[in-house]
Write a new protein. Structure first.
Length: 332
């Protein structure tokens, strides 16, 4: 990888992405050959939000590469009621952005670790880590991006379909959530644009559910450069017609509260990825979801457990892709 950090795929060339995917394939085929590749290296993992896949795949990746990962729990201070913040200090490892500056944290971790990975509630946190860190920083999910998930998704598509060019992908869900950020969808659309996968983005016709801002501009810019088609189609039945890949994306957010959930219960049922919708796509369509999934809401059990689903392979591939990312960055 030419870039020192991993933040947006917009800043990687097609060749750089291909190099990571080829390394991922080699690692997946011959894991024993990489058992000592990162011996003596340490990954510092800062998590402001919970994670099953990202945390465990990175930690396992470091173990299997001969290195070590340190988990640093740092939920945002404001996520605790004001009265309990002092007590909360006993159960968290550190706070990001309060008490100690991001600069000091980045400088200190740079003296111990070889790579920093951070899942943060604000884009600015990872941007500040990148600014001040003397070692590579990986965006482990921020409101705008989820590059590790997107690289895994591209690898899974390549593994299942053997190519990128000429494939049609439909991404169905909330593609603009201003609250949590449509991070994985943003990164995936940029990745598809770079690699030549045509994308139909399907979401309700309301501004807050539609792609927006810099990530969307970058996806369109990258698509223009590679001659790839990216368009929005609000009718999910039309969006998935003849698709090679259906990507079921988040539609419900229980954290958003009962009022917003009620609105979603009205807006999103037509976008549920169910058997009827999948039947509109090509017979060999693959169905993806980055997980965690709201089963029975955005995707049904017969689809996620059915013959088109590749969600567990996709989740497994997080491990192999993280290894390729870590090797590419830590060896710099
Ligand atoms: N897809 C994903 O990033 O999962 P986690 O939130 O469990 O890490």
């Amino acid at each position: 990888m030419v870039s020192k950090h991993l933040r947006s795929l917009h800043f990687l060339s097609r060749d750089e992405i291909e190099t990571i995917l080829e390394l991922t394939r080699d690692i997946k085929q011959k894991p024993a050959e990489y058992a000592h590749t990162l011996a003596g290296k340490t990954l510092a993992m800062l998590f402001e939000l919970p994670s099953l896949r990202t945390r465990n795949s990175f930690e396992t990746a470091m173990t299997q590469l001969g290195g070590h990962a340190i988990f640093i729990k740092c939920p945002p201070e404001e996520s605790f009621p004001e009265k309990s913040r002092e007590l909360a200090g006993f159960v968290v490892d550190t706070w990001l952005g309060t008490m100690e500056s991001i600069k000091d944290k980045a400088k200190v971790l740079s003296r111990y670790a070889d790579v920093i990975m951070c899942r943060a509630t604000k884009d600015e946190t990872v941007e500040a880590l990148i600014k001040y860190s003397d070692i590579p920083v990986i965006d482990g999910m921020t409101p705008s991006f989820h590059p590790c998930q997107a690289l895994t998704d591209l690898f899974t598509i390549w593994e299942k379909k053997g190519r990128f060019k000429g494939l049609e992908m439909a991404i169905v869900g909330d593609l603009g959530s201003q609250q949590d950020g449509a991070n994985a969808a943003n990164s995936l659309m940029i990745g598809c644009a770079k690699m030549g996968i045509d994308v139909t983005a399907s979401c309700p016709e309301m501004n807050r559910f539609m792609p927006y801002g810099k990530p969307w501009e970058w996806a369109l810019e990258d698509a223009k450069e590679t001659g790839t088609r990216i368009e929005i189609e609000h009718d999910p039945q039309k969006a998935v017609k003849d698709a090679d890949v259906i990507y079921a994306y988040y539609q419900y957010s229980f954290e958003a509260g009962p009022e917003k959930m009620r609105e979603r219960m009205v807006m999103f049922p037509p976008y549920q990825v169910n058997t009827k919708l999948v039947d509109q796509a090509k017979p060999d369509v693959i169905v993806m979801h980055c997980l965690p999934a709201y089963r029975g809401l955005e995707i049904t059990d017969p689809v996620i457990d059915g013959p088109h689903s590749v969600v567990y392979d996709q989740a497994e591939n997080r491990l192999h892709t993280q290894k390729a990312i870590l090797i590419s960055l830590a060896k710099k």
